[in-house]
Write a protein that binds this ligand. Structure first.
Ligand code: ZN
Ligand code: ZN
Length: 736
């Protein structure tokens, strides 16, 4: 006989951990107790050695679905005489150090309940249990009790109360437990906010079939929904949102439906079906039969499966996919209440609402599978708040406020790291408010008061401006070093690596715009040859300006004017003259070494596009044109500390097709990476938004493998600017 004290921290409260442990104790004849304590769950377990070992291993290996163990401590203590194994209820020491669980997809058991006519949950849209349902999105404060969530408005009926209090029930202490009798109700409204009679769900299904645009409340916000096979509806939506090309996400009934139009490998199936239930970016089949307006000009599509009971019920009578795009206005956060829909999206024809308040807005997550790894591109519903253990203990509470685009916030305290859900681009007042609200939410969740704030070096980032106003110790971390740091933190990498940070534009140590940097160890050893961005910010939206700048570097104004190139012809003579003056006199023409801009220039030269309608469009469209069996590349020079790719000679020769040009760029970039890594004899770190390009990543991985070079890139922490806050934390951790 042995007795252990086991202390577990992580997401272990409110996820059915204690009943799970109790059941295991019965299976292995263990005596003792389990209780929640201030840092998680504490167990004392006594039994025969072999049984005890099994008991411990089961807890570690197969915890309840929503649990996430981040720390597991076990010590042997003196034997005692317990009669059985007890769940010790509330001990009054709940403090704010346990992690908040992300919202999770409806579980299999709850799906059985809502589809079983004999169940009391049959057809009920807000069914949930300890293993599934809303969490972060409904929590006002910690501890996670019903009274601290938006479910406090709903008094449990006797049957719900009974299940809630029964430790053998799947809904034991399921805080959002509700049924049709006592829980939230559905309401369907028309454009004038008049209530529509009849079964709200059935009416909604009918309206979608009729081609209407409907806003439907989800877990962390509303979706704008319409029939994905109806071009007219999608066109109506695109026009109303002034969003001509940016891809829309799809929601499909099941895997079978997805497989009709997209390729799926085993890993992709797994993540599509996972409890996190993100949008998964998939390659579409050649005979794609849905509307071409869903994702124009690209060969990928973002798909998710129903993850709330409401969505599951909706698909009972819909046999085709629907568009399910986040309800928001431009750069603003996801809309979380019906007033917001009427105020900001007047084109919405119907609204399916319910009366459980969304406290914390949270978007759908976005992932892709690369080399059998799940790469999270937008860390939100299902994954966030993301909690991790650090390898070292921080000396001070550290708040990292991230970048300006794809903003996230990282909180470091003790040896804990918590990453907020995706907040978005801080280009609108509404999103800046969302940033501040998210900050307050997390400060209150964890009783967190920062002792040091870490921000980007860019003086005009909203986050930097905010950080400087706080009057707290401040540290600035260079943008691309933060990208490097986030990959190192995620993979626990120490020692020297060669880090390739290919990004949009970020503020460099020298005040120039970086974005194509190669770090060896901690120092920047190479960078791409800077290009003048004609018109500054405007050049980021208009690839043709970057292409023109490259032409002005080698040719006179008159020579350029005569060129038979789309990027030249898309400007009139006066505009060309003005831009030439800007180029020669350096008026609003900052230099940038960004690889993102090289993609822009190539897209313009190749005639792929001249003006972007959304961020990253040129990269996505170049990737879509990439040829599979084509190994040629552009010439490049690696001289001194500068990398110079000669795109122009090939473009002017006019011998290459659009597709060959696009492929050559990806081949060239991957060759450069491999050559430098080989020269430096170091493993590779890849960071920055350019490495969302799956084709580029795969090329690097394929070339590195036979050379025995390891390649690390952001997977759990977004490789794009969503990971900057985590990288900032890495920098502080290094200072210890
Ligand atoms: Zn469930
Ligand atoms: Zn009830």
């Amino acid at each position: 006989m042995t007795r252990y004290k086991i202390q577990i921290s992580g997401i272990v409260q409110g996820v059915g951990f204690r009943p799970f442990v109790k059941n295991l104790s019965l299976k292995y004849q263990i005596n003792g107790f389990v209780k929640n304590d201030s840092s998680g769950v504490e167990i004392e377990a006594q039994g025969v050695d072999s049984d005890l070992a099994e008991f411990v291993s089961q807890i570690r290996q197969n915890p309840p679905p929503l649990a996430k163990i981040v720390d597991f401590r076990i010590t042997q203590i003196a034997l005692q005489n317990d009669e059985d194994f007890k769940i010790i209820l509330s001990d009054g020491t709940k403090t704010k150090t346990t992690f908040v669980s992300p919202d999770m997809k409806i579980c299999k058991d709850c799906i059985s309940d809502i589809t079983n006519p004999k169940s009391r949950f049959y057809g009920y849209f807000a069914t949930n249990c300890t293993n599934c349902g809303p969490r972060y999105s409904i929590i006002k404060t910690i501890p996670y009790d019903r009274k601290n969530t938006s479910m406090r408005e709903f008094e449990m009926c006797d049957e719900c109360k009974k299940e809630y209090n029964d430790s053998s029930n799947r809904r034991f202490h399921a805080q959002p437990i509700a049924c049709a009798k006592c829980g939230p109700k559905l309401y369907l409204y028309d454009q004038n906010r008049a209530l529509i009679d009849g079964d709200a769900l059935m009416q909604t299904e009918r309206l979608i079939k009729e081609g209407k645009i409907v806003a439907i409340k989800g877990l962390g916000g509303f979706h704008i929904v319409c029939d994905a096979t109806n071009c007219k509806s999608i066109e109506k939506l695109r026009n109303a949102k002034n969003r001509p090309f940016k891809p829309f996400a799809l929601m499909c009934r099941d895997m079978e439906q997805v497989q009709k139009f997209a390729f799926l490998n085993e890993r992709e199936k797994e993540v599509l079906l996972s409890k996190e239930s993100p949008i998964v970016i998939l390659d579409i089949k050649d005979d794609f039969s849905l509307s071409p307006l869903i994702a124009p000009h690209i060969k990928k599509i973002g798909c998710m499966l129903p993850y709330t009971p409401l969505q599951v019920l909706l698909f009972e009578s819909l046999d085709y996919p629907i568009i399910a795009t986040s309800a928001n206005l431009g750069d603003e956060p996801i809309i979380i209440n019906i007033d917001g829909i009427y105020e900001k999206l007047p084109f919405v024809e119907f609204v399916l609402d319910f009366d459980r308040e969304i406290v914390n807005g949270v978007d759908d997550s976005l992932v892709q599978v690369v080399d059998d790894k799940v790469q999270i591109l937008r860390c939100a519903r299902g994954y966030a708040p993301l909690s991790m253990k650090l390898q070292q203990t921080l000396a001070q509470n550290t708040l990292c406020v991230g970048a300006n685009q794809k903003n996230t916030i990282a909180f470091g305290y003790g040896d804990n790291l918590v990453l907020s859900p995706h907040i978005g681009d801080l280009d609108s007042l509404a999103n800046i408010t969302f940033f501040k609200n998210t900050l307050d939410t997390f400060k209150s969740f964890y009783d967190f008061e920062p002792e040091i704030i870490v921000c980007d070096k860019h003086p005009n980032y909203e986050t930097t401006k905010w950080a400087k106003e706080q009057g707290i110790k401040l540290k600035e971390v260079q943008h691309h070093k933060a990208h490097l740091g986030s990959v190192r933190l995620e993979h626990g990498l120490s020692g020297d690596f060669v880090g390739f940070i290919f990004d949009g534009t970020g503020y460099g140590d020298d005040g120039a715009l970086w974005g194509g940097e190669v770090f060896v160890g901690e120092s920047r050893k190479y960078h791409f040859k800077p290009i003048k961005l004609l018109g500054g910010e405007k050049a980021i939206k208009e690839p043709r300006r970057v292409a023109l700048s490259i032409l002005f570097e080698r040719f006179t104004f008159d020579e350029v004017r005569e060129m038979d190139l789309e990027c030249v012809k898309s400007f009139d003579k006066d505009e060309l003259r003005l831009l030439y003056t800007a180029y020669t006199k350096n008026i609003n023409a900052p230099l940038s070494s960004s690889v993102g801009r090289i993609f822009d220039a190539l897209a313009s030269f190749a005639g792929v596009l001249q003006v972007q309608s959304y961020e990253g469009e040129s990269g996505l469209r170049c990737e879509a044109l990439c040829l599979e069996e084509f190994e040629e590349r552009f010439d490049y020079v690696l001289g001194g500390d500068e990398i110079d790719i000669d795109i122009l000679s090939v473009v002017l020769n006019k011998t290459d097709s659009k597709r060959e040009l696009c492929t050559k760029l990806l081949n060239t970039l991957s060759d450069i990476i491999i050559q430098i890594a080989t020269n430096e004899k170091l493993d590779i770190i890849l960071g920055g938004g350019v490495f969302q390009n799956k084709t580029l990543l795969q090329k690097v991985l394929k070339k590195a493998k036979p050379l025995d070079i390891n390649v690390y890139f952001g997977c759990e922490i977004p490789v794009n600017d969503g990971g900057i806050s985590v990288g900032q934390l890495w920098d502080v951790a290094l200072d210890l």
